[in-house]
Design a binder for this molecule. Structure first.
Ligand code: AGP
Length: 608
């Protein structure tokens, strides 16, 4: 979703800002723009289309002189993705430029008020009111003008502000949505995401909601809502720039699929010491645990699918009821959550607006919050009572792969840890599960190695108009994710169903030649799946079976076959998703789709 970058220093700002925007492209956007201070005025270039287009328009930034500026990639919400609606937006007198992420909910009332005072608007955006408010409130004190402007806004907003008459000075404001300050030597930055900063500095400050920062080349000062200066600690980012580059792969998605064994190892290995699962920071005792009568898992998209798998695994091992709820639903349904609830929040980015809102809602009702999150220092990590980081490294492709498998790994670790704390598994089973956890990276690597023919199968099936994914139990949860992978990057309509549900309606959709992907990795349910496979075949479907390696029974049932290495069935979702990720990838590639940046999607959904 929208990306923001700001820079102030001695170097020309525009090339640095453009490079920052390139690093934010993965978040999803449809227009881009840049504004710099130059000789007491603001120079601005913006257009719909790509950052590369913007770079061409500005000779890679060389056409814009000046060492202080702001830039933006916009994902349209209010108004179409046109040149005019692209950010930055200027005040009527041209002295203020503003970039904005989020939604200003009271913009219509503000716009009416400003129009009544004679301000005229150039765009359809909610953002433009900010530029006009700055002009109205500026009396020579930019900090006060920014504060007064922010106090008029309702909704979620992260702002970057540039003023023609304040050389080298930038302001940024955070009210829901990520914003990070980067500290350099005689130069400073802000950005929505550390990936925009790591090429320049690893020293960062994470801002909280209600905070505002003032940047000059020599200083960074953070204020609260009342304008009081507040001390902030500096964090060191461990990701390096290579981690956010393609490393020879055609797409980030393929790179990230291949990184999964290493990523899952980073999630699991540090947490197993001398054969015991140790979850640092999660210092709940067995007595603390006993107060939780239920566990609620909340998340969006693939993270929600990981939560579905978590439900099966936690309930099976811990015998505690687990509910999984979409964050966008949980936040508005007056949930039955209290001090007896352990809320597990799952998020790769840690910045998903609905997930943050659900977390806040449940925390206010007394729930204890455990976050399973990838991005260190993200909003979700900071709001939770404790965080279990997945350590997947930066995930750039919009379609999550290693984000999902590392979330599964964290949920498996938690389930084994909690089952032991609650005394629900004996020592033998515990040791067995710990060994299975340690073996997971190798199992995922084997899943990659086993499926070299996925490309060929994608060539066979890529022209399907629609596909179905079916499975039972954990296979059903994995089917949801396999189906989402396919639809989001290949635009082929696809649905996932609990296999036993087919005959309650969905089977009416099965027609001659329709592909049904049947997940059969829960060996105890294999025969049940055979029944469902036969049902769809009898109605003309073709079946792509996914079974544990070496289970030759699948050959008698399916037209084509994929394998996932066998092992503990409770942990099957992590290896079995790999061939489905590869299948989605190659189908999308066959169909010429923009794999890393699918249409209409954003990596980090920071608005509701
Ligand atoms: C899946 O490929 C998507 N990128 C999406 O469903 C994603 O999982 C969802 O938006 C949640 O994001 P989060 O993990 O960053 O909270």
């Amino acid at each position: 979703m929208c990306g923001i970058v700001g820079f102030t220093g001695a170097a020309p700002a525009a090339p640095i800002l453009l490079e920052g925007l390139r690093r934010l492209e993965y978040r999803g956007y449809d227009s881009a723009g840049v504004a710099v201070q130059h000789e007491g005025a603001i120079e601005m270039v913006k257009a719909s289309g790509t950052v590369e287009h913007l770079a061409e328009m500005t000779s890679n930034g060389a056409a814009l002189e000046g060492g202080c500026g702001i830039a933006h990639t916009r994902w349209a919400t209010h108004g179409a993705p046109t040149d005019t609606n692209a950010h930055p937006h200027l005040s009527e007198d041209g002295r203020f430029a503003v970039v904005h992420n989020g939604i200003i909910e009271n913009y219509a009332a503000l716009r009416r008020e400003l129009e009544g005072e004679g301000y005229s608007f150039a765009s359809e955006t909610d953002t433009e009111v900010v530029a006009h408010l700055l002009e109205r409130y500026y009396d020579g004190d930019l900090r006060r003008a920014v504060m007064r402007t922010a106090s008029r806004l309702e909704g979620s907003y992260v702002l970057g502000v540039l003023c023609a008459c304040e050389p080298g000075r930038l302001f940024c404001v955070k009210e829901a949505g990520p914003l990070i300050l980067g500290l350099g030597v005689d130069e400073n930055y802000f950005a929505s995401d550390v990936t925009a900063l790591v090429g320049y500095t690893r020293n960062v400050i994470y801002l909280e909601d209600g905070e505002m920062a003032e940047l000059t080349p020599e200083s960074v000062t953070v204020y609260d809502r009342t304008g009081r200066e507040i001390p902030k600690s500096v964090s060191h980012v461990v990701w390096d720039i290579e981690a956010a580059e393609k490393g020879g792969y055609e797409h980030f998605m393929m790179k990230e699929i291949m990184e999964q064994p290493r990523a899952v190892k980073s999630t699991i290995e540090p947490r197993i010491r001398s054969g015991r699962v140790e979850l640092e920071g999660l210092d709940l005792t067995a007595e603390d645990f006993a107060r939780f009568r239920r566990i609620v898992i909340t998340a969006c998209g693939s993270a929600y699918h990981a939560g579905m798998v978590g439900k099966y695994v936690i309930e099976s091992l811990c015998r505690v009821p687990v509910e999984v709820d979409l964050a966008s639903e949980l936040r508005y349904r007056d949930p039955i959550v209290g001090e007896d609830t352990l809320l597990i929040v799952v998020s790769q980015s840690g910045e998903t607006a609905d997930t943050i809102a659900a977390l806040r809602e449940c925390k206010a009702r007394g729930a204890y919050v455990l976050a399973i999150v990838n991005v260190v220092g993200s909003t979700i990590a900071r709001l939770a009572d404790c965080a279990l980081y997945t350590h997947a490294g930066p995930e750039i492709a919009v379609a999550t792969t290693k984000g999902y498998t590392t979330q599964l790994s964290a949920l498996y670790l938690f389930a084994v840890w909690a089952a032991e704390k609650l005394g629900r598994i004996d020592e033998m089973r515990y040791n067995e599960l710990v060994a299975e956890l340690s073996a997971l990276p190798a199992r995922i690597q084997r899943a990659i190695d086993l499926n070299l023919h996925v490309k060929y199968l994608a060539g066979r099936w890529h022209a399907q108009r629609a596909m179905f994914f079916i499975g039972r139990n954990i296979d059903y949860a994995a089917a949801l994710e396999g189906s989402l992978k396919l639809k989001e990057i290949s635009y082929i309509h696809s649905e996932a169903y609990a296999a036993g549900e087919l005959k309650h309606g969905t089977i009416a959709l099965i027609d001659e030649g329709r592909l049904v992907v049947a997940l059969c990795c829960q060996t105890a349910l294999f025969e049940k799946m055979v029944g469902n496979i036969q049902e769809v075949k009898a109605r003309g479907a073709k079946v792509l079976g996914l079974a544990p390696e070496g289970d030759r029974r699948i050959f008698a049932e399916a037209d084509d076959v994929l394998f996932a290495p066998g092992g503990e069935p409770l942990f099957a979702a992590a290896p079995e998703i790999v061939p489905l990720q590869l299948f989605a990838y190659y189908v999308a590639r066959e169909n010429g789709c923009d794999i890393d940046k699918p249409r209409n999607l954003a990596k980090s959904v920071t608005v509701e």
